[in-house]
Design a protein around this ligand. Structure first.
Ligand code: ADP
Ligand code: MG
Length: 385
């Protein structure tokens, strides 16, 4: 979809900002470019929409050499979001969002309709925020408008240069999560620049770790964290890469433990018997829709004919399947819980995650990567022989 072929950028003063760069981004893929300040990330981006032209090499968009495409026409196919957003201060949020459809000659009504749709998509209510001016918004809201505006003409490619860099960490995490949800529906081909490793691994399908003007490693986040390609990468991802791994490893069904399950309407006697049979000290309690209610301890005496509902306790520590191990860990800490419930997308109970299972899941992801590496070595040997 987007392809760099031996691209070099040498600025007039002799600085080589990008040095013989080759890589490809697949359609619908989100690639993060991560590296320290001054390593050539912004230069890479600006060559895609021809704000800067390469000194040598070729960039192709959908197979076409972009140096042969009129820059104005090219930029209509590429949404661009930057940190300073660049909203027009004298225009309302709605008109700012409608900028590109406007330039494309859409009818005013249609352009504004599209803008309202997009504001809604990025979590801003067009009837509330649409008529405001940029300086009446928070930093996070302005970034959302920036994203909405970049998407307004429905370009296949999105360039994002540290778009969430200027907002505080809590808002940033919120924007990142919203952006991931948005990307799951719009499936753009995205190049996303950041100097924050945490952000790179959270967002990227693959990440490109930049050294000076070069890519040091280009791979899935798990692999970059689990098997850094060089000392430079290992140093950049940091000594806490084990912790960062928690945020890119998802809870799977096979990670879950299956304690006894009882229902609110079950007899207490029967519930106690089931726990004894399974040697369990507690059971998960579900409501009559199989939704999570809480738990019940195995001990405790019960009046005759009592139901589970009389002794069940509420349980708030739960997560959907597919959440990261980091989220699981943080929910455990937050609720001071020895286990958390895991539900599927229909809110049905699927099992529980315990600290030992969490550790096992982390091992699983490391083992999977070392197998990948072993396989690569085998292939190399075969080729050499
Ligand atoms: P990043 O976005 O990773 O911080 P940049 O792509 O902005 O890095 O810059 C890469 C290198 O090119 C830096 O050394 C920077 O000083 C240099 N550079 C950027 N723009 C210019 C320019 N217009 N003229 C000369 N050098 C530049
Ligand atoms: Mg930059």
């Amino acid at each position: 979809m987007l392809r760099f072929e031996n691209v070099t950028k040498r600025y007039p003063d002799g600085t080589v900002a990008v040095d013989d760069l080759s890589f490809e981004v697949a359609e619908g893929e989100l690639v993060t470019l991560v590296g320290p300040s001054g390593c050539g990330k912004t230069t890479t981006m600006k060559m895609v929409n021809r704000l800067i032209d390469p000194s040598s090499g070729t960039i192709r968009l959908e197979g076409e050499d972009i140096s042969t495409v009129d820059p104005v026409k090219l930029r209509r196919r590429i949404g661009y979001v930057i940190q300073q957003v660049g909203l027009f201060p004298h225009k309302t949020v709605l008109d700012n969002t409608a900028t590109v459809p406007h330039l494309l000659g859409w009818q005013r009504g249609k352009a504004r309709e599209r803008a309202a749709e997009l504001l809604d998509l990025v979590g801003l209510d067009p009837s509330v925020h649409g008529s405001r001016y940029p300086d009446q918004l928070s930093g996070g809201q302005r970034q959302r408008v920036g994203v909405a505006r970049a998407l307004a003409a429905d370009p296949p490619v999105l360039l994002m240069d540290e778009p969430f860099g200027a907002v505080d960490p809590v808002v940033r995490e919120h924007l990142q999560n919203e952006f991931l949800k948005l990307q799951a529906t719009v499936r753009k081909t995205v190049l996303f620049v950041t100097h924050d490793m945490e952000e790179a691994v959270r967002l990227g399908d693959r990440i490109a770790v930049y050294g000076e003007g070069r890519i040091e490693q280009f791979d899935r986040p798990q692999t970059v964290l689990g098997a850094p390609a060089s000392d430079y990468v290992a140093e950049f991802v940091g000594a806490d890469r084990g912790l960062k791994r928690l945020s890119v490893t998802a809870i799977e069904e096979s990670d879950l433990e299956q304690p006894p399950v009882v229902h609110l309407a079950d007899g207490l006697d029967q519930a106690h018997r089931r726990m004894r049979e399974q040697g369990a000290r507690w059971a998960v309690v579900l409501d009559d829709q199989d939704g999570l209610h809480g738990w019940i301890p195995a001990d405790g005496s019960a009046p005759e004919d009592a139901h589970v509902s009389t002794q069940a306790r509420r349980m708030e520590a739960w997560l959907p399947l597919g959440s990261s191990l980091k989220q699981a860990f943080s929910v455990m800490l937050q609720h001071d819980a020895g286990w958390i419930a895991v539900l599927d997308e229909d809110d049905r109970f699927r099992g529980v995650l315990t600290p030992s299972r969490l550790h096992q899941a982390l091992r699983r992801s490391i083992d999977a990567d070392s197998q990948d590496i072993a396989r690569e070595e085998v292939t190399l040997q075969t080729v050499a022989g």
